[in-house]
Write a protein that binds this ligand. Sequence first.
Ligand code: OAD
Length: 246
Amino acid sequence: MSFAIAPALAAMLRAARNVLVLTGAGVSAESGVPTFRDAQTGLWAQFDPLELATPRAFARNPRLVWDWYAWRRELLATVAPNAGHHALVAIERRVPRFLLATQNVDGLHAAAGSRALVELHGNLARVICSREHTLVSTWAEPADGMPPRCACGAWLRPDVVWFEENLPPQALAEAQRAAEECDLMLVAGTAAEVYPAAALPLAARRAGACVVEINPQPTPLSGDMDFVLRAPSGVALPALVAAAWP
Ligand code: OAD
């Protein structure tokens, strides 16, 4: 599938000195990773986030939460980066200053080769102590029907950010600084409903950047964008690279 890119946008990306990219679950959809909010196929259409993605849910039912993330982690063993992930690597190689801030916990940007990467919502490959939040080990099997424990006695948990929790402060600060300083921002595959990540595009726009949405569906941000590419990121991002650097 080919997709037409406005020449003005291609020229702007070619000239950009400082690019920030924000990605969400949609960027991994074409790799076969389910999104959260898409009707029918999104995880939150089938599962209740309050039962699975909050500290209280984990305290109430640690095994259920552990098993749900273990299932999602197992799904990742069978997937690979798609053309959208690879296109972002190509942009990083061509732009003097670049940062990719992702809300995804699937590790696919790193697997594609992205280097300047901050993971705002953690990474499903890692496990931390639920009490001290220290990185403990890789995943282990549950014992006696419960999640494995840290040496301190607390349950281990996936290193992902749950609702009601703060984002990793350094990752967030880096993304916020890039939003203030970039001249072009790409916002790909996010419903833009979860804060503070969803505030980054508007911060960039207020600071004078050109902001571009890549999403087959409208989002609350769409009306404030300078350009909107209504296509899957696996199509639109490679088209953008090809148009900027023919
Ligand atoms: P969502 O599932 O909320 O949104 C996915 C977005 O991707 C939607 O706007 C879709 O239209 C779009 N989309 C679907 N397929 C696409 C494709 N092929 N190319 C481009 N876009 C596509 O995912 P996020 O916005 O990432 O947090 O969700 C943000 C956070 O909410 C997640 O990190 C997660 C979730 O609850 C936690 O678990 C704490």
